[in-house]
Design a protein around this ligand. Structure first.
Ligand code: SF4
Length: 371
Protein backbone atom coordinates (compact mmCIF):
# COMPACT_ATOMS: atom_id res chain seq x y z
CA UNK A 1 0.00 0.00 0.00
CA UNK A 2 1.27 3.47 -0.84
CA UNK A 3 1.80 6.24 1.69
CA UNK A 4 -1.42 7.95 2.70
CA UNK A 5 0.21 11.33 2.52
CA UNK A 6 -2.50 13.57 1.19
CA UNK A 7 -0.64 16.74 0.20
CA UNK A 8 0.51 15.22 -3.06
CA UNK A 9 -1.50 16.74 -5.80
CA UNK A 10 -0.07 20.19 -6.37
CA UNK A 11 1.66 20.64 -9.70
CA UNK A 12 3.39 23.72 -8.36
CA UNK A 13 7.02 22.85 -7.63
CA UNK A 14 7.33 25.64 -5.10
CA UNK A 15 4.36 24.22 -3.21
CA UNK A 16 6.06 20.83 -3.27
CA UNK A 17 9.27 22.42 -1.95
CA UNK A 18 7.43 24.36 0.78
CA UNK A 19 5.58 21.26 1.92
CA UNK A 20 8.55 18.90 1.90
CA UNK A 21 8.55 16.66 4.96
CA UNK A 22 11.43 17.61 7.21
CA UNK A 23 10.36 16.40 10.66
CA UNK A 24 9.41 13.22 12.43
CA UNK A 25 5.77 14.09 13.14
CA UNK A 26 4.98 14.75 9.48
CA UNK A 27 6.80 11.62 8.38
CA UNK A 28 4.85 9.52 10.92
CA UNK A 29 1.57 10.68 9.38
CA UNK A 30 2.65 9.21 6.06
CA UNK A 31 4.59 6.07 6.95
CA UNK A 32 4.50 3.40 9.64
CA UNK A 33 8.12 3.85 10.69
CA UNK A 34 10.27 1.08 12.09
CA UNK A 35 12.34 1.68 15.22
CA UNK A 36 15.49 1.89 13.05
CA UNK A 37 13.91 4.50 10.80
CA UNK A 38 12.57 6.54 13.71
CA UNK A 39 15.98 6.54 15.39
CA UNK A 40 17.54 7.46 12.04
CA UNK A 41 15.23 10.47 11.71
CA UNK A 42 16.01 11.60 15.26
CA UNK A 43 19.71 11.31 14.48
CA UNK A 44 19.32 13.24 11.20
CA UNK A 45 17.40 16.02 12.92
CA UNK A 46 20.01 16.24 15.65
CA UNK A 47 22.62 17.44 13.19
CA UNK A 48 23.24 14.49 10.91
CA UNK A 49 22.57 14.49 7.17
CA UNK A 50 19.18 16.25 7.04
CA UNK A 51 15.77 14.88 6.13
CA UNK A 52 13.71 16.28 3.29
CA UNK A 53 11.16 14.46 1.13
CA UNK A 54 8.75 16.14 -1.27
CA UNK A 55 5.09 15.16 -0.91
CA UNK A 56 5.31 13.79 -4.46
CA UNK A 57 8.25 11.48 -3.72
CA UNK A 58 6.76 10.50 -0.37
CA UNK A 59 3.59 9.42 -2.18
CA UNK A 60 5.70 6.80 -4.00
CA UNK A 61 6.78 5.20 -0.69
CA UNK A 62 4.95 2.15 0.65
CA UNK A 63 3.32 3.08 3.94
CA UNK A 64 3.78 -0.28 5.63
CA UNK A 65 6.82 -1.74 3.90
CA UNK A 66 10.24 -0.57 5.14
CA UNK A 67 11.90 -2.52 2.32
CA UNK A 68 10.18 -0.29 -0.28
CA UNK A 69 12.94 0.80 -2.71
CA UNK A 70 11.80 4.43 -2.69
CA UNK A 71 11.52 4.58 1.07
CA UNK A 72 15.00 3.13 1.54
CA UNK A 73 16.43 5.92 -0.62
CA UNK A 74 14.92 8.80 1.32
CA UNK A 75 14.03 7.78 4.89
CA UNK A 76 16.96 7.97 7.33
CA UNK A 77 17.97 4.80 9.15
CA UNK A 78 19.96 4.46 12.33
CA UNK A 79 22.40 2.27 10.41
CA UNK A 80 23.79 5.54 9.02
CA UNK A 81 25.77 5.84 12.25
CA UNK A 82 27.72 2.66 11.48
CA UNK A 83 31.17 3.31 10.02
CA UNK A 84 32.72 0.43 8.03
CA UNK A 85 36.15 -0.17 6.59
CA UNK A 86 36.78 2.04 3.54
CA UNK A 87 34.21 4.70 4.50
CA UNK A 88 35.22 8.25 3.63
CA UNK A 89 33.67 11.59 4.46
CA UNK A 90 34.63 12.97 1.04
CA UNK A 91 35.00 9.81 -1.10
CA UNK A 92 35.86 11.60 -4.33
CA UNK A 93 38.47 13.88 -2.80
CA UNK A 94 36.55 16.96 -3.93
CA UNK A 95 37.93 19.18 -1.20
CA UNK A 96 41.45 18.21 -2.21
CA UNK A 97 40.68 18.99 -5.87
CA UNK A 98 39.00 22.35 -5.26
CA UNK A 99 40.58 24.91 -7.60
CA UNK A 100 38.38 27.86 -6.51
CA UNK A 101 35.56 28.16 -3.98
CA UNK A 102 32.73 25.81 -5.09
CA UNK A 103 34.74 24.61 -8.11
CA UNK A 104 36.35 21.15 -8.37
CA UNK A 105 38.66 19.95 -11.14
CA UNK A 106 39.52 16.25 -11.36
CA UNK A 107 40.00 15.95 -15.15
CA UNK A 108 41.85 18.25 -17.56
CA UNK A 109 38.88 19.19 -19.77
CA UNK A 110 36.03 19.63 -17.27
CA UNK A 111 35.14 21.17 -13.94
CA UNK A 112 32.39 20.66 -11.39
CA UNK A 113 30.57 23.77 -10.20
CA UNK A 114 28.71 23.32 -6.90
CA UNK A 115 26.01 25.94 -7.34
CA UNK A 116 23.91 25.22 -4.25
CA UNK A 117 23.81 22.89 -1.25
CA UNK A 118 20.05 22.35 -1.34
CA UNK A 119 17.97 19.50 -2.80
CA UNK A 120 14.28 18.66 -2.82
CA UNK A 121 14.99 15.22 -1.36
CA UNK A 122 18.10 14.26 0.59
CA UNK A 123 19.13 10.85 -0.73
CA UNK A 124 20.54 8.69 2.03
CA UNK A 125 23.43 7.47 -0.18
CA UNK A 126 24.51 10.97 -1.28
CA UNK A 127 28.21 11.31 -2.14
CA UNK A 128 28.18 14.90 -0.88
CA UNK A 129 26.36 14.32 2.39
CA UNK A 130 29.24 16.15 4.08
CA UNK A 131 28.05 19.46 2.60
CA UNK A 132 24.59 19.00 1.07
CA UNK A 133 21.84 20.60 3.14
CA UNK A 134 24.41 22.35 5.31
CA UNK A 135 22.49 25.61 5.13
CA UNK A 136 24.39 27.76 2.62
CA UNK A 137 21.64 27.63 -0.02
CA UNK A 138 22.13 28.82 -3.59
CA UNK A 139 25.50 30.47 -4.19
CA UNK A 140 25.28 34.10 -5.26
CA UNK A 141 27.07 35.53 -8.29
CA UNK A 142 29.60 37.08 -5.89
CA UNK A 143 30.23 33.72 -4.22
CA UNK A 144 30.89 32.12 -7.61
CA UNK A 145 33.01 34.93 -9.09
CA UNK A 146 36.34 33.22 -8.35
CA UNK A 147 35.02 30.04 -9.94
CA UNK A 148 33.99 31.90 -13.10
CA UNK A 149 37.37 33.67 -13.16
CA UNK A 150 39.15 30.30 -12.99
CA UNK A 151 37.07 28.84 -15.82
CA UNK A 152 37.60 31.94 -17.94
CA UNK A 153 41.36 31.80 -17.38
CA UNK A 154 41.65 28.05 -18.13
CA UNK A 155 41.14 27.39 -21.85
CA UNK A 156 41.52 23.63 -21.36
CA UNK A 157 38.16 23.58 -19.57
CA UNK A 158 35.64 22.74 -22.27
CA UNK A 159 32.82 21.42 -20.13
CA UNK A 160 31.22 22.62 -16.90
CA UNK A 161 29.16 20.22 -14.83
CA UNK A 162 26.72 22.28 -12.80
CA UNK A 163 25.80 20.36 -9.70
CA UNK A 164 25.33 20.86 -5.97
CA UNK A 165 23.06 20.02 -4.17
CA UNK A 166 20.56 20.15 -6.95
CA UNK A 167 20.96 23.18 -9.25
CA UNK A 168 17.39 22.88 -10.54
CA UNK A 169 16.19 23.52 -6.99
CA UNK A 170 17.24 27.13 -7.65
CA UNK A 171 15.01 29.72 -9.33
CA UNK A 172 14.85 30.06 -13.13
CA UNK A 173 16.39 33.49 -12.74
CA UNK A 174 19.42 32.20 -10.87
CA UNK A 175 19.91 29.25 -13.22
CA UNK A 176 19.57 31.56 -16.21
CA UNK A 177 22.14 34.03 -14.85
CA UNK A 178 24.60 31.21 -14.20
CA UNK A 179 24.21 29.69 -17.67
CA UNK A 180 24.36 33.11 -19.31
CA UNK A 181 27.68 33.76 -17.58
CA UNK A 182 29.07 30.41 -18.75
CA UNK A 183 27.82 31.12 -22.27
CA UNK A 184 30.15 34.14 -22.44
CA UNK A 185 33.20 31.85 -22.06
CA UNK A 186 34.05 30.77 -25.58
CA UNK A 187 36.05 27.65 -24.71
CA UNK A 188 33.18 26.20 -22.64
CA UNK A 189 31.49 24.22 -25.39
CA UNK A 190 29.24 22.07 -23.24
CA UNK A 191 27.33 22.29 -19.99
CA UNK A 192 26.00 19.36 -18.03
CA UNK A 193 23.35 20.09 -15.44
CA UNK A 194 23.11 17.34 -12.83
CA UNK A 195 19.67 17.17 -11.26
CA UNK A 196 17.45 14.66 -9.51
CA UNK A 197 14.36 16.85 -9.87
CA UNK A 198 12.90 14.78 -12.76
CA UNK A 199 12.82 11.91 -10.20
CA UNK A 200 12.01 13.62 -6.91
CA UNK A 201 10.24 16.80 -8.02
CA UNK A 202 9.16 16.42 -11.67
CA UNK A 203 6.86 19.45 -11.27
CA UNK A 204 10.06 21.52 -11.40
CA UNK A 205 10.47 20.81 -15.12
CA UNK A 206 8.42 23.55 -16.74
CA UNK A 207 8.53 25.05 -20.23
CA UNK A 208 10.07 28.15 -18.69
CA UNK A 209 12.85 26.10 -17.07
CA UNK A 210 13.52 24.28 -20.35
CA UNK A 211 13.86 27.59 -22.20
CA UNK A 212 16.19 28.80 -19.47
CA UNK A 213 18.37 25.70 -19.86
CA UNK A 214 18.70 26.43 -23.58
CA UNK A 215 20.54 29.67 -22.77
CA UNK A 216 23.69 27.74 -23.54
CA UNK A 217 23.55 26.10 -26.99
CA UNK A 218 24.79 22.76 -25.65
CA UNK A 219 23.16 21.95 -22.33
CA UNK A 220 22.76 18.31 -21.36
CA UNK A 221 20.76 17.14 -18.40
CA UNK A 222 22.13 14.31 -16.25
CA UNK A 223 19.48 12.80 -14.05
CA UNK A 224 19.37 10.01 -11.54
CA UNK A 225 16.63 7.37 -11.65
CA UNK A 226 17.46 4.35 -9.50
CA UNK A 227 14.30 2.25 -9.66
CA UNK A 228 11.49 1.64 -12.20
CA UNK A 229 8.91 2.79 -9.60
CA UNK A 230 10.35 6.27 -10.08
CA UNK A 231 9.31 6.29 -13.75
CA UNK A 232 5.87 7.71 -13.02
CA UNK A 233 3.67 9.54 -15.51
CA UNK A 234 4.87 12.87 -14.08
CA UNK A 235 8.53 11.86 -14.25
CA UNK A 236 8.16 10.67 -17.84
CA UNK A 237 6.41 13.91 -18.78
CA UNK A 238 9.27 15.90 -17.25
CA UNK A 239 11.84 13.97 -19.29
CA UNK A 240 9.74 14.29 -22.45
CA UNK A 241 9.51 18.05 -21.98
CA UNK A 242 13.28 18.33 -21.66
CA UNK A 243 13.80 16.19 -24.78
CA UNK A 244 11.17 18.15 -26.73
CA UNK A 245 13.08 21.34 -25.94
CA UNK A 246 16.21 19.82 -27.45
CA UNK A 247 17.95 18.99 -24.18
CA UNK A 248 19.58 15.54 -24.25
CA UNK A 249 18.81 13.61 -21.06
CA UNK A 250 21.17 10.97 -19.67
CA UNK A 251 20.80 8.91 -16.52
CA UNK A 252 23.20 7.78 -13.84
CA UNK A 253 21.91 4.95 -11.68
CA UNK A 254 23.62 4.18 -8.39
CA UNK A 255 23.71 0.49 -7.55
CA UNK A 256 22.12 0.15 -4.10
CA UNK A 257 21.71 -2.88 -1.88
CA UNK A 258 18.11 -3.97 -1.42
CA UNK A 259 16.93 -1.25 -3.80
CA UNK A 260 18.02 -2.13 -7.33
CA UNK A 261 20.77 -4.76 -7.04
CA UNK A 262 19.19 -7.39 -9.26
CA UNK A 263 19.15 -7.78 -13.05
CA UNK A 264 15.37 -7.79 -13.52
CA UNK A 265 14.86 -4.50 -11.64
CA UNK A 266 17.63 -2.81 -13.59
CA UNK A 267 16.42 -4.26 -16.89
CA UNK A 268 12.97 -2.75 -16.27
CA UNK A 269 14.56 0.55 -15.30
CA UNK A 270 16.90 0.74 -18.30
CA UNK A 271 14.21 -0.28 -20.78
CA UNK A 272 11.81 2.24 -19.22
CA UNK A 273 14.38 5.00 -19.48
CA UNK A 274 15.03 4.33 -23.17
CA UNK A 275 11.28 4.31 -23.84
CA UNK A 276 11.27 7.76 -22.20
CA UNK A 277 14.15 8.91 -24.49
CA UNK A 278 16.58 8.95 -21.55
CA UNK A 279 19.89 7.22 -22.22
CA UNK A 280 21.15 4.99 -19.38
CA UNK A 281 24.70 6.35 -19.18
CA UNK A 282 26.35 5.02 -16.02
CA UNK A 283 25.59 2.31 -13.51
CA UNK A 284 27.67 3.61 -10.64
CA UNK A 285 29.18 1.49 -7.94
CA UNK A 286 28.02 3.38 -4.83
CA UNK A 287 30.73 5.66 -3.46
CA UNK A 288 32.03 4.68 -0.01
CA UNK A 289 30.43 7.57 1.83
CA UNK A 290 30.60 7.33 5.60
CA UNK A 291 27.43 5.73 6.96
CA UNK A 292 26.25 4.10 3.73
CA UNK A 293 27.75 0.62 4.18
CA UNK A 294 24.26 -0.88 4.56
CA UNK A 295 23.31 0.45 1.11
CA UNK A 296 26.40 -0.64 -0.80
CA UNK A 297 27.03 -3.86 -2.73
CA UNK A 298 30.28 -5.72 -3.42
CA UNK A 299 31.84 -4.82 -6.76
CA UNK A 300 31.14 -8.38 -7.98
CA UNK A 301 27.36 -7.73 -7.80
CA UNK A 302 27.48 -5.03 -10.46
CA UNK A 303 29.73 -7.12 -12.70
CA UNK A 304 27.39 -10.12 -12.43
CA UNK A 305 24.38 -7.92 -13.25
CA UNK A 306 26.08 -6.48 -16.32
CA UNK A 307 27.02 -9.99 -17.44
CA UNK A 308 23.39 -11.05 -17.10
CA UNK A 309 22.13 -8.07 -19.14
CA UNK A 310 24.79 -8.03 -21.87
CA UNK A 311 23.36 -9.42 -25.12
CA UNK A 312 19.87 -9.76 -23.67
CA UNK A 313 19.12 -6.05 -23.49
CA UNK A 314 19.50 -3.55 -26.33
CA UNK A 315 22.87 -1.81 -26.37
CA UNK A 316 21.27 1.63 -26.09
CA UNK A 317 19.71 0.51 -22.79
CA UNK A 318 22.99 -0.71 -21.29
CA UNK A 319 25.02 1.76 -19.24
CA UNK A 320 28.70 1.47 -18.42
CA UNK A 321 29.46 0.08 -14.98
CA UNK A 322 31.74 2.62 -13.31
CA UNK A 323 33.76 2.87 -10.14
CA UNK A 324 34.64 6.43 -9.20
CA UNK A 325 37.92 5.70 -7.48
CA UNK A 326 38.28 6.84 -3.88
CA UNK A 327 40.40 9.94 -3.48
CA UNK A 328 39.21 11.53 -6.71
CA UNK A 329 41.58 9.71 -9.05
CA UNK A 330 38.89 9.40 -11.71
CA UNK A 331 36.26 6.99 -13.00
CA UNK A 332 37.19 3.46 -14.04
CA UNK A 333 34.91 1.30 -16.20
CA UNK A 334 34.65 -2.28 -14.94
CA UNK A 335 32.75 -5.28 -16.27
CA UNK A 336 32.72 -8.95 -17.15
CA UNK A 337 35.67 -10.45 -19.01
CA UNK A 338 34.92 -11.54 -22.55
CA UNK A 339 38.46 -12.32 -23.72
CA UNK A 340 38.97 -16.04 -22.95
CA UNK A 341 42.41 -16.42 -24.53
CA UNK A 342 44.97 -14.50 -26.57
CA UNK A 343 47.63 -16.06 -28.76
CA UNK A 344 49.37 -13.82 -31.23
CA UNK A 345 46.84 -12.66 -33.78
CA UNK A 346 44.19 -15.08 -32.44
CA UNK A 347 41.86 -13.87 -29.71
CA UNK A 348 39.23 -16.18 -28.27
CA UNK A 349 36.12 -14.31 -27.21
CA UNK A 350 33.34 -15.59 -24.99
CA UNK A 351 29.90 -14.52 -26.24
CA UNK A 352 26.96 -13.68 -23.99
CA UNK A 353 25.68 -17.25 -24.68
CA UNK A 354 28.97 -18.69 -23.42
CA UNK A 355 30.24 -19.82 -26.85
CA UNK A 356 33.95 -19.44 -27.57
CA UNK A 357 34.62 -17.70 -30.89
CA UNK A 358 38.00 -16.87 -32.46
CA UNK A 359 38.71 -13.44 -33.81
CA UNK A 360 41.74 -13.23 -36.09
CA UNK A 361 43.63 -9.97 -36.52
CA UNK A 362 44.48 -8.85 -40.05
CA UNK A 363 48.05 -9.45 -41.23
CA UNK A 364 50.55 -6.73 -40.37
CA UNK A 365 50.62 -4.07 -43.07
CA UNK A 366 54.03 -4.16 -44.75
CA UNK A 367 53.25 -2.59 -48.08
CA UNK A 368 50.62 -2.70 -50.78
CA UNK A 369 48.32 -0.47 -52.70
CA UNK A 370 46.48 0.78 -49.59
CA UNK A 371 49.58 2.45 -48.14
S1 SF4 B 1 19.76 15.03 -5.17
FE1 SF4 B 1 21.92 14.53 -5.56
S2 SF4 B 1 23.08 16.00 -4.33
FE2 SF4 B 1 20.96 15.98 -3.52
S3 SF4 B 1 20.96 14.50 -1.87
FE3 SF4 B 1 20.32 13.40 -3.73
S4 SF4 B 1 22.24 12.55 -4.56
FE4 SF4 B 1 22.82 14.16 -3.08
Amino acid sequence: MKAKYSLTQSDDWRWQARNAVTDLAALETALDLTDSERAGVVRALAGGFPLSITPYYLSLCARKDPTCPIRRQCVPNVREEVVVQGDLRDPLGEEQHEVAPHLVQRYPDRVLLLATDRCSVYCRFCTRSRMVGAGGGARSRAHLSAAFDYIRATPGVQEVIVSGGDPLFMSDQRIGDLLAELATIEHVTNIRVASRTPVTLPQRVTASLCRTLRQHPSTWLMTHFNHPKELTTQAKQACAMLCDHGIPVMNQTVLLRGINDDPSTLERLFRGLVATRVRPYYLLQADPVTGTGHLRTPLSTGIAIMERLQGRVSGIALPKLIVDTPGGRGKVPVGPQYVADEDGCHTTLRTFRGELVDYIDPPAVTGGPWR
